[in-house]
Design a protein around this ligand. Sequence first.
Ligand code: G4P
Length: 528
Amino acid sequence: MHLVLKKEDLNKRRTFGIISHPDAGKTTLTEKLLLFGGAIQTAGAVKSNKITKTATSDFMEIEKQRGISVATSVMGFEYKNYKVNILDTPGHKDFAEDTYRTLTAVDSVILVIDCVKGVEEQTRKLMEVCRMRNTPVIVFINKMDREGLDPYDLLDEIEKKLSIHTCPLTWPIGIGNTFQGVYNLFEKQLELFSPNKTKISEDIYEIKDLSDPELDKRIGQDAAAKLRDDASLIEGVYEGFQEELYLDGYLAPVFFGSAVNNFGIRELLDTFVRIAPSPLPRHTDTREILPDEKDFSGFIFKIHANLDPNHRDRIAFCRIVSGKFERNKFYYNTRLEKKLRFSSPASFMANEKNIVEEAFPGDVIGLYDTGSFKIGDTLTEGEQMTFKGIPRFSPEIFKELINKDPFKAKQLEKGIRQLTDEGVAQLFTQPTGNVRIIGTVGELQFEVIQFRLLQEYGASCSFYPMNYIKACWFSCSDKQVIAKFIATKNRHITYDKDERPVFMADSEWNLRMTKEAFPEIEFHYTSE
Ligand code: G4P
């Protein structure tokens, strides 16, 4: 039995997330990657992963679906000797801070963009989180079988809206009805498209030199002439692919394809396993932890509570950073300063959940928990440290919490503390008048809170909408400036759960004006 993962095995692990706006094709792409990896045999197996778009938000129905989606929170498969872990980033009705936090547990992302719609809102928000950590990004432009935007305009939009440089590795020939396939600029191959939802296209021709008349024969003279023009333009306009720039999160290689038609997936996956980073080192408050260290360490980035009263269990998702995790061994929770043992840690393989005996850096395991974990908790073999980089993100919807039953004030207090520890929402307190504000990223969380407070704590509450749009943590080296700021903006200051002051902005304009009035102060959209 080996103690730690050998270096070459560690180098063959890839942990990533797929990010996109709803409907761009994330589920379809996930499924195709699993098919390629042999983890599932038929299309349709991952559909349960997605919360369907119910017209009204029937929260219990969503919860039922969410229950299924726990099993697909992490999907592992093997491809060409690589161990690949896909972390699901919920994006429909269940879009929440969890989605942001999952991005703190990945080493890279694949960004899916619908060529008809271009860059959309949720993509922009998720990419902001990736930009904060310089997460390497590969772009997949999907649905090329539909009449979409011009590829140059798409790349331009990605660069402008997502502040990342792009570098096409394939280039489309036509689009929608005229889509014939792509030219792989890197491999110098022509890959011809034929719509097929069940088979992988193998129509590939080596065309080393674009002046080869074979090209005209395959795609027609007009398309060939256009491709030759495009290729020389691309060379002049875009940076050549450089792996270091990709790993620094500065340059995103781009692929064009059609997920539902299995087109462009193989190139994407082959390139992904080749260039995407293996498990990365992580910072703690004391030192940097390398994945090949002997001792186990990991952090909790997500807690899933089962809302079914018959199964009141919680699963804490732990990303392993270093060493080897073993079942039934005692590990140290550095916040609680307490040793804990896990008898049935779960791993996730496509749509199966299994008990694991051991797990390694880059893996995500589910730990059954009765309520002791908090988001951001660190587990070690005894070393006292806390992983950094698992912040709280600014909510976007804010409501005042109203206690409807004065006799249950204590229960409400306890419930709201625990739910916010789990990361369901954030709590801010306004010192004047003792107003308590709940902040979330998705509307659904309010229903979850109301339901759980009643079911689990017997407390009933309602919410009163507030017109804030962002909560900003702030910092300045001059304590006097901070004191003056808090005094002046008194009405807009609340305190988070750790008693840190937070500025509540009620409009973009208000935020801009405040920044201008206090140029020495730095405003942050995350708690770290
Ligand atoms: P999401 O997880 O990002 O929300 O997107 P999802 O994969 O569910 O895809 C959204 C819709 O787009 C689905 O259609 C899917 O079939 C379709 N789609 C995905 N890739 C392509 C593509 O390359 N070309 C075209 N034309 N469509 C694509 P749906 O009608 O919502 O669902 P379904 O009934 O097809 O399952």
